[in-house]
Design a protein. Sequence first.
Length: 93
Amino acid sequence: MMEDMALWSLWWVWLAAALILAILEVLAPGFIFLGFAIGAGIVGLMLLTPFSPGLPALLAVFAVLSLVAWGGLRTAFRRDDGAARRIDHDIND
């Protein structure tokens, strides 16, 4: 039975991908990989349920969830004035 399952339909593969993407986010900050990590994590959790679509549908769900997560992160962590943070003094002074 396990031989018939494709690698992309295993829940732990998606959760491992989410963990790897989250680690990459720590190494390259700026919310580049975090949206993808959230999308992969949710897909992995969805595969724990009886929900098991084919590869095209699974990739579409991953893409939509990643886009929604990325948009939510951009909205949640955006500065109000839209400008970058500027530091004019040294904290050691």
